[in-house]
Ligand binder design. Structure first.
Ligand SMILES: CC(=O)SCCNC(=O)CCNC(=O)[C@H](O)C(C)(C)COP(=O)(O)OP(=O)(O)OC[C@H]1O[C@@H](n2cnc3c(N)ncnc32)[C@H](O)[C@@H]1OP(=O)(O)O
Ligand SMILES: O=CC(=O)O
Ligand SMILES: [Mg+2]
Length: 557
């Protein structure tokens, strides 16, 4: 953490201390009333949040002692009884293609104009949560909701503005585990997701409902939950927000990402908790793979094969997505597919065609399985994905009430836990290392999603690289090195890191390598891969490197 001096003061209410850089634009977001609202949420829910995080640790202790996640016998009645969620709001009945991206100004405009039905504006996997990104993100979303957002690219002499028709906005706040170190509430760092949610809701609910939500909304995505008790907190947060804004109960709708292994056993329970606010579930496949390793960190019989081999074709991934579709459709809500990591490739038509084909076949699998819509990482993919889903939906808005997926009713614990099959290789270790370090270097310098080796990388995909290296080192995995088997020792890993750092320098160029934060990224990544105890999240330790506190002394700027 760094400290420097502050130019002005935010007008913060009693008990709230804003330590982030002062900026007049940010001050329009961080008003006394908005901060009061966020502080109110934190004060009302901090006990439950603390309990939920302690429960996560408690569950992990059971898994570390040899236990496995499973269906909860005490909530069998929720899984087995018939109930449905509140009706789907008409403006979001059709969610065929959803584009996602960080809350960066130009990308927000491009995403809203992209032709996708939904834009998921991301404060999470795709964003490095430094103060500037978070606050500018709030400014950008406010301007987008008000319809006034514009961006000038001086170099390219191009002005960006919103089209007549735009995607419906969903906002993804951070996960429960992340703190907002620039805002202290009663002396404690604020809960990151309550800052993201609270500021967005406070400033935008009225305009959003009037201009885009057709009287409904606002809409959210909720990440990285592990248990329905966490969904219960969100439901209470939504109730409080609706009450304080005097809008009808059930106005807010949220899609929960099923992207942790424990949550796969809690799909019904999560929907039940949020049943008056639900907008279905989404297969967050990348965090899900990360969570498989993390949850089963003490189980040497669960080593994953190379990251590239853990696709949706693996039995455990197929079971998880089919169970999600069955559960959502039974409860009357959308079952969203996930993100294919391929992106358009410039300057190599053959590689580009291959990438597009990979995306097309992933999306075909999704719609044929019964997903109502899916994610796109890049505007250049929307046409192709749209075609696949339009054909699959055949004129319908979604497949709720059409595809029941009764065959998934019998998916059991072993199906969801089955270890993915495939080879573990030195090449896999090298790729994990290169990707992990380069992603971390980007994140430390303010970029949360990057193209690497023609794939989209974000916090979730980078987590897989990290925990997979950790798991392989911890259990001295045997890696295939072009036909020879090598046991992965710390010495071998150290050699690989050195060689891959050399390769990164050659690939990015010496100048960029010198100016970037590759060395810092390398030391964070290596420490995490070699740690005796697995770090819960890549970004927890790294976050300390991007917190900059400004003191209240008069500015010398
Ligand atoms: C696991 C998960 O959580 S997935 C969800 C979170 N991850 C994401 O949302 C990733 C979103 N995608 C991206 O960030 C980007 O597409 C990347 C980083 C993968 C690739 O970025 P780039 O290489 O810069 O893309 P590229 O140069 O091809 O961009 C071309 C144009 O498309 C725009 N663009 C690219 N991706 C997006 C997007 N997701 N949303 C809006 N606009 C986008 C660029 O801004 C650029 O616009 P311009 O022509 O007006 O200048
Ligand atoms: O957030 C999505 C994921 O795949 O992780
Ligand atoms: Mg995720």
């Amino acid at each position: 953490m760094t400290t420097s001096k502050l130019a002005g003061y935010y007008d913060a209410p009693e008990g709230v201390d804003v330590r982030g850089r002062y900026d007049e634009e940010f001050a329009k977001i961080l008003t006394r009333e908005a901060l009061e609202f966020v502080a109110g949420l934190q004060r009302q829910f901090r006990r439950q949040i603390r309990h939920a995080m302690e429960s996560r640790r408690e569950a992990q202790r059971r898994y570390d002692a040899g236990g496995l996640p499973g269906f909860d016998p005490t909530t069998r009645f929720i899984r087995e009884s018939d109930w449905v969620c509140a009706p789907v709001p008409p403006p979001i009945a059709n969610r065929m293609v959803e584009i996602t991206g960080p809350v960066e100004r130009k990308m927000v405009i491009n995403a809203l104009n992209s032709g996708a039905k939904v834009f998921m504006a991301d404060f999470e996997d795709a964003l490095s949560p430094n103060w500037e990104n978070l606050m500018k993100g709030q400014v950008n979303l406010r301007d987008a909701v008000n319809g006034t957002i514009s961006f000038e690219d001086r170099e390219r002499k191009r002005i960006y503005k919103l089209n007549e028709t735009t995607a419906k906005l969903f906002v993804r706040p951070r996960g429960w585990h992340l703190k907002e170190g620039h805002i202290l509430i009663d002396g404690e760092p604020a809960v990151g997701c309550l800052v993201d949610f609270g500021l967005f809701f406070f400033h935008n609910y009225a305009a959003y409902r009037a201009t885009q939500g057709q009287g409904f909304g606002p809409f959210f995505y909720l990440p990285k939950m592990e248990h329905s008790r966490e969904a219960r907190i969100w439901n209470s947060v939504f109730n409080r927000a609706e009450e304080s804004a005097s809008i009808p109960a059930g106005s807010i709708h949220a899609t929960v990402l099923i992207e942790t292994l424990p949550a796969a056993f809690q799909m019904n329970e999560i929907l039940y908790e949020l049943r008056s606010h639900s907008a279905g579930l989404n297969c967050g496949r990348w965090d899900y793979i990360f969570s498989y390793v993390k949850t089963l960190r003490a189980h040497p019989d669960r080593l994953l094969p190379d990251r590239v081999s853990v696709g949706m074709w693996q039995s455990m991934m197929r079971s998880y997505s089919h169970l999600l579709i069955f559960t959502c459709h039974r409860r009357g809500v959308h079952a969203l597919g996930g993100m294919a990591a391929q992106i358009p490739i410039r300057g190599d038509p053959a590689a580009h065609a291959k990438a597009i084909e990979a995306v097309r076949s992933d999306k075909l699998r999704e719609v044929q399985a019964g997903h109502d819509g899916t994610w796109a990482a890049h505007p250049g993919l929307i046409g192709e994905i749209g075609k696949v889903f339009e054909e699959g939906l055949a004129g319908r808005e979604n497949l709720i009430g059409v595809v029941r997926r009764e065959d998934a009713a019998g998916i059991g614990e072993e199906d969801l836990l089955e270890r993915p099959r495939g080879r573990r290789t030195m090449e896999g270790l090298r790729l994990n290392t290169r990707v992990g370090i380069q992603y971390m270097a980007a994140w430390l310098t303010g970029t949360g999603s990057v193209p690497l080796y023609n794939l989209m990388e974000d916090a979730a995909t980078a987590e897989i690289s990290r925990v997979q290296n950790w798991q392989w080192i911890r259990y001295k995995a045997l890696l295939d090195a072009e036909g020879v088997e090598l046991a992965l020792t710390p010495e071998l890993f150290a050699r690989v890191v050195e060689e891959e750092m050399g390769r990164i320098e050659r690939e990015v160029g010496t100048e960029k390598f010198r100016r970037g934060m590759f060395k810092e990224a390398c030391s964070i990544f290596v420490r995490q891969c070699m740690a005796a105890e697995l770090d819960d999240f890549l970004t927890l330790d790294a976050y300390n490197h991007i917190v900059i506190h400004h003191s209240r002394a008069a500015s010398t700027l």
